[in-house]
Write a protein that binds this ligand. Sequence first.
Ligand code: SF4
Length: 441
Amino acid sequence: MPLTEADLDLVWDTEKRAYAHPWSRGNFEDSLRSGYPAQMLVTPPLPGDNPLQLTASGHMLLGYWVAMAGVDEMHLLNIAVAPEHRRQGWGLVLLQALATHTLAQGHAWLWLEVRTGNTPAQCLYRRMGFLPVGLRKQYYPAGNGQRDEPEPAGPPAQAMNPPTVDPKTALHSLHLDERQRAMLAAMGTPVWWPEAITETAAEAKPAPPPPTPVRPAPAPEAAPVPTPAAAPAADPAIATLSWDALTEAIQSCQACGLCLGRQRAVPGMGNRQARWMIVGEAPGEQEDKQGLPFVGPAGQLLDAMLAAMGLTREADVYIANVIKCRPPHNRNPEPAEVAQCRPYLQRQIELVQPDLILALGRFAAQTLLAGVVPDVDKLPLGKLRGQVYRVDGRPVVVSYHPPYLLRSPADKGKTWADLCLAMDALGYNPLEKPTPAQPQT
Ligand code: SF4
């Protein structure tokens, strides 16, 4: 619904709660009195809602946007979701309303700016099909004595109708004309288009190889005592195991000493035909008790990460660990234990045939990137994240292990950037997500 002066008090109060550097009330007043398009996203009130937080029409305010119409384009000036309604998808709804309004007004472009530090918003815009065209340096105040943040300048919204956007087509159909380049120059924005976009396009990944036919084979007989010297990698039977036989083999495995302390081995869980595969490190206490990967607080965090991408662990991903049995006192796995257990993970990857693997944690990254990244075992995780690797022709993206994020929540923003990188690598748009396949455990 239109944002009018009748709701300015409420909107401005929301603005102050939404941003460290909010617009002033005068900014809103000037925009409305200049006739700029502005809309609010509202919902009917619920019992108990604070009447002081309702709009003049008696609705609960979810968010708003203010824009300015240009020659052949719309410029987004302000967009916000009320803090109490964040992470519920309202940002997408607001952007879609803005895109619809822009198209209805006959404008072909939509520009916006976003702080470089606002990773979630950048991810959202990229998923919507916006493209970065430049960096506006030292523009916005950072406050608190910090340096000003550089700003990427407005991605054009030729691709602003997300359900119909083909990102690859959009990459090649964007051409800034002289007027647009002059406008960016006047804003002090060095344009990096099209070089950066071309580079991104060059990263477009070929389709993964077709699934390997499953060849059923009997589970190997369990040895009566652990025999660490017997490397499963040398046992060709693992490379041909069916799902059921593989699960049984893991649950009865005694190939390394970790079998002695486990309550339950943790083979993995999820959709066996998933596009996404999550590889973690090793079971912890809760996983060892339940026989499932990523349960407890770390599992809840992983589920939240997946939910942010529109995914669920049951329907959309297959989750496995490098090590299937819990190391005592959650110590780091030994190289020999990783070597012993790795063939099971390798077989799981062959069976799932995921389109992308997300390696969570240093041991998962080092295991998957062995032979791909030189001296990978000497590199910390921070050096490994931030790029898309190719392992057996399949993209692999590295990020932090959820238990680590519980201890270091400041790195959640970096993790979200990694997830966005993975979505980009896969060309995945949650808005175009197909109906999930039947979950299997
Ligand atoms: S950790 Fe792996 S190799 Fe060692 S006993 Fe468990 S399943 Fe077997």
